[in-house]
Structures are given as structure tokens and as C-alpha cells.
Design a protein around this ligand. Structure first.
Ligand code: SF4
Ligand code: SF4
Length: 336
């Protein structure tokens, strides 16, 4: 890793405020931070922006949107400057082979639940677009309604030569108010209620843990996950029991924004929020990219302790498999 890829020096880029779905409880459209930014679209400006990012040392991009496949010319430009990255997409439009990054395709459950929660039937398109594509990892966002559908999603991935991993629905402040009847609905807050919503309770976490553990032991599906992460992420206490004094912000989260780790809005202004998902409640945050970064940072911090080195290496291997589209590096990372 040191020879081939490090330092990664990541930053995060929202590429557009447009999306072609309306997912219930969408993190992006849950707050006001996305408002007031006009998408930067002019080719020369995008090129200069990513050239400047590379010049300040960034080598890894987290690309999201709303929906980045709608502006994929920006991904092609970014790839000329940042060697590594991951694109978070809903998979409806295929991202061109010119984009060399990992591509994470979000899935919200089995076909019927996915359609009910996202407002459209998209799984056939996702599979058609990414079947057998080595860049793609399908990411099932677990929520209170879909734990029993893990097997269905795993079968879909296995049938189509697709890798699978898991995210956890993490409620925003607005979603929590909405389900309590304290806030107005809109197209992203429409079908949930106090009695029937997406929030993972301890009972869901326990069932998810057990279902994923069984799946990892079943060789029919390519599951990119680890037993250690499975235990950590499903701990009902969460990853962030401690908050910064006098705030609601997690004390030990590896993706809080700094001068180096920046999050850019769609007009390429730098965000001044706590992180890239500022509407999420830190106490119940289990978002996978963020959680992997935190778990990895903690493991790396302790790797000089005797038993911890092997654990840190195992964590890095999973991270590489999930977030790097680099066959040579994957071979290094998976070497015994
Ligand atoms: S979750 Fe993603 S795909 Fe769904 S509405 Fe939000 S931005 Fe669009
Ligand atoms: S990534 Fe999650 S835990 Fe970290 S600051 Fe953002 S909401 Fe809080």
C-alpha cells in the first residue's frame, strides 16, 4: 500500500443537485445545505478545479450528488487529475468505461421494497448496466423494512456476477422529526410514520448481523465485508458514543471536515459543515463509507500494539477491495 497508493489524501465532491429518483428519507435532500449552489458545469472550470485539487495533494475522490451519473463528463475530467476514487450512484444510467473509479450502486431492498422506497422500479436497469463490471459493488442500504430481504439481494448479485456490501440507513434530523409528525412531508419524506419507518432498532441490528455473518460463510455470493466490521457496526451502542463537548458532533469520526479533507458543494465552494452528511445524527450514524474510514483510522492508530497489526491489515484489505478499483493493488492487498 505504501509503495503503490499511499498517501490517498481524500476529499469529497457533490457533482450535481439533480436526481432521477425520490428515495424516502434521502440524506442529500433532507437539509438546506444543498440549496443555493448552482452546479458548476462549464468544462474549463471543472478541469481547472480538479487540477487545483490534484495540486493541493488530493489523490482520492468520493464523488456523489445527488446523482453523479447525470453529469458524468465531470467524472471523466476528475479522472484526469485524481488517480483513485469511488462514485456513489443509483445505477439507473451506466457510468462510462472512461471512468476508472470504483462504482457503488445503491440498492434499498428486494425489488418490491426498493420500488416502494425509491419511487421507481430500477433494479433491472442497475443489473443490466453493471452485470459483470469489475468496477461495480452493489451496496444494500439496510433499514427496518428490508433485513429479511438480504438473501434476495444477495441472490440477485450472485446471479449477475456482482459484488455486494452493506450500508445502514442513518436518520437525519428532518426524517426523525417527520416520523414523529413534527415536520412537513415532501417527495423525500412521504410514506414513513412513527409506526412504520426505516430507523434501525437493536432488534434489526442483531438480525442484520446474523444474516450477513451467514452470507459471508456462503461462498455463492461475492460479499465484500468482514466479520470484525460486522460486529462493530451492529453494536447497538454505535460507533460514536462520545460527542465533542457542548455539541452533537461525534468526537472520534475520521471524516469530519478539515482543511485537508474537504467537501465541495455542486458549485465547488468548500462546505463549512461538520462532514459530507451534515443532516445525519452522529449518535446513530452508521453510513458505510464514513464508518469504514473511522474504523480503519482507529485500527491504524493502534497497529503498533502486538495483536493489532494483523487486525489493521485485515481492515485495510477490506477497505481496498471496497474502495479501490486497482487490480494490481487488490492483488497486493489480498496476498496472504
Ligand atoms: S438517495 Fe440518492 S438516488 Fe435516492 S433521491 Fe437521494 S440522491 Fe437520489
Ligand atoms: S459522518 Fe456521521 S458520525 Fe461523522 S460527523 Fe458526519 S454524521 Fe457525524
Amino acid at each position: 500500500m505504501r509503495e503503490r497508493a499511499l498517501p490517498l489524501r481524500p476529499s469529497q465532491y457533490d457533482l450535481t443537485s439533480r436526481c432521477n429518483l425520490r428515495c424516502e428519507g434521502c440524506l442529500y435532500f433532507s437539509g438546506n445545505d444543498y440549496l443555493g449552489h448552482v452546479d458548476a458545469d462549464e468544462g474549463g472550470g471543472v478541469e481547472r478545479f480538479f487540477a487545483a485539487e490534484a495540486a493541493r495533494g488530493v489523490r482520492y475522490g468520493y464523488f456523489s450528488g445527488a446523482e453523479p451519473s447525470l453529469v458524468q463528463h465531470k467524472l471523466v475530467i476528475a479522472a484526469r487529475h485524481l488517480p483513485y476514487g469511488v462514485v456513489f450512484t443509483n445505477g439507473i444510467q451506466r457510468i462510462s468505461a472512461e471512468v476508472p473509479y470504483r462504482i457503488h450502486v445503491s440498492v434499498w431492498g428486494g425489488a418490491a421494497t426498493d420500488k416502494a422506497l425509491r419511487g421507481a422500479d430500477v433494479q433491472q436497469k442497475q443489473v443490466r448496466n453493471y452485470r459483470g463490471d469489475p468496477r461495480a459493488v452493489f451496496v444494500m442500504t439496510l433499514n427496518a423494512r428490508n433485513i429479511d430481504e438480504i438473501g434476495e439481494v444477495a441472490a440477485m448479485c450472485a446471479d449477475n456476477d456482482l459484488a455486494l456490501t452493506f450500508n445502514h440507513y442513518s436518520p437525519t434530523a428532518r426524517y426523525s422529526r417527520f416520523i414523529q409528525g413534527e415536520g412537513p412531508g415532501d417527495r423525500y419524506h412521504a410514506i414513513s410514520s412513527a409506526a412504520d419507518n426505516l430507523v434501525l432498532q437493536p432488534v434489526h441490528l442483531a438480525r442484520a448481523h446474523d444474516a450477513i455473518a451467514r452470507l459471508m460463510d456462503d461462498a455463492t455470493c461475492k460479499v465484500v465485508y468482514s466479520h470484525e466490521y460486522n460486529a462493530l457496526i451492529h453494536d447497538p451502542a454505535g460507533l460514536y458514543p462520545e460527542l465533542l463537548p457542548g455539541s452533537d458532533v461525534a468526537a472520534d469520526c475520521a471524516v469530519r471536515l478539515t482543511n485537508a479533507l474537504r467537501h465541495y458543494n455542486t458549485d465547488f465552494s468548500a462546505s463549512s459543515e461538520k462532514c459530507c452528511t451534515p443532516n445525519v445524527d452522529c449518535r446513530s450514524c452508521r453510513l458505510y463509507a464514513q464508518s469504514y474510514a473511522t474504523v480503519l483510522a482507529r485500527a491504524t492508530r493502534s497497529l503498533r500494539r502486538p495483536q493489532e497489526l494483523a487486525r489493521a491489515i485485515r481492515m485495510w484489505r477490506v477497505w481496498c477491495a471496497l474502495f479501490l478499483n486497482d487490480d494490481g493493488l487488490a492483488a497486493v492487498a489480498s496476498a496472504p
